[in-house]
Write a new protein. Structure first.
Ligand code: ADP
Ligand code: MG
Length: 241
């Protein structure tokens, strides 16, 4: 059974239909890259999967539970699926540790002790155990993004959605964040990542989804999608003609 099942999903903003019937099944433990031009609907798809956007048609289910456009269910879904963004969105007035603890105490109602123990474990997992008491402005962009990853992991999600998580970073900081993502993939975390890092997608992902104008235009294992694109649109996107 798929962990995430996206079936004929449609999403519009006013007159602009951004997702035009998306079908995508993702198995537990799968690592899926989503690629495509700016404006093709990649972020909107992730936001729909995470329940940050209501869908206009079709259905999405995570671990067998269907997403219906009701606020309480959206909240439940957000607990199951973590999301990490291009901008790290850490609270500047809270330490790294406090940032990781916050949703656990506020949303999951954990005790401070439990939340702190979990925060220390997850910061250690991203290589930042020693930065528990550092404030975001004392951390590099790569470190801040790793704190954001630790914060998502602390919620014990069934899957993690990553939307261009290295795009805001200076080039020399990209590798440390990708290394953390690679480690999560190796541990069996289900990952759906919008990325421009083609070599990373080729190395780490089980499947690549090429989105074009609100549709899944091509999908397959990286060796097929990158080495033998079937459509002119994908060839052009990859710079092959
Ligand atoms: P991508 O991530 O592939 O660049 P997006 O999903 O961000 O694409 O955007 C797809 C289209 O949806 C774009 O035309 C964008 O302007 C539009 N869009 C995205 N979010 C909103 C929004 N909240 N309100 C109106 N239009 C939006
Ligand atoms: Mg986007």
């Amino acid at each position: 059974m798929s962990l995430i099942a996206v079936t004929e999903v449609r999403k519009r903003f006013g007159d602009n239909e951004v997702l035009k019937g998306i079908d995508l099944d993702i198995a537990a433990g799968e690592v899926v890259a989503i690629i495509g031009k700016s404006g093709s609907g990649k972020s909107t798809l992730l936001r729909c999967i995470n329940g940050l956007e209501l869908i206009d048609g079709g259905s999405i289910s995570v671990a067998g539970a269907q997403l219906l456009p009701q606020e309480t269910q959206l909240k439940a879904l957000r607990l199951k699926v973590g999301m990490i963004f291009q901008q790290f969105n850490l609270f500047p007035h809270l330490t790294a540790g406090r940032n990781v603890m916050l949703s656990q105490t506020v949303v999951k109602k954990k005790s401070k002790q439990e939340a702190e123990a979990m925060a220390r474990r997850q910061l250690e997992r991203v290589g930042l155990a020693h930065k528990f008491d550092a404030y975001p402005d004392e951390l590099s962009g790569g470190q801040q993004q790793r704190v954001a990853i630790a914060r998502a992991l602390a919620m014990e999600p069934m899957a993690l959605l990553c939307d261009e998580v290295t795009s805001a970073l200076d080039p020399e900081l990209v590798a440390e964040v990708l290394a953390v993502v690679r480690e999560l993939a190796a541990e069996g975390m289900t990952l759906v990542m919008v990325t421009h890092e083609m070599s990373f997608a080729r190395d780490v992902c089980n499947r690549v989804v090429f989105m074009h104008e609100g549709r899944v235009h091509e999908i397959g294992p990286p060796r097929e999608v990158f080495a033998a694109p079937k459509t002119a649109e994908l060839r052009q996107f990859l710079g092959l003609n």
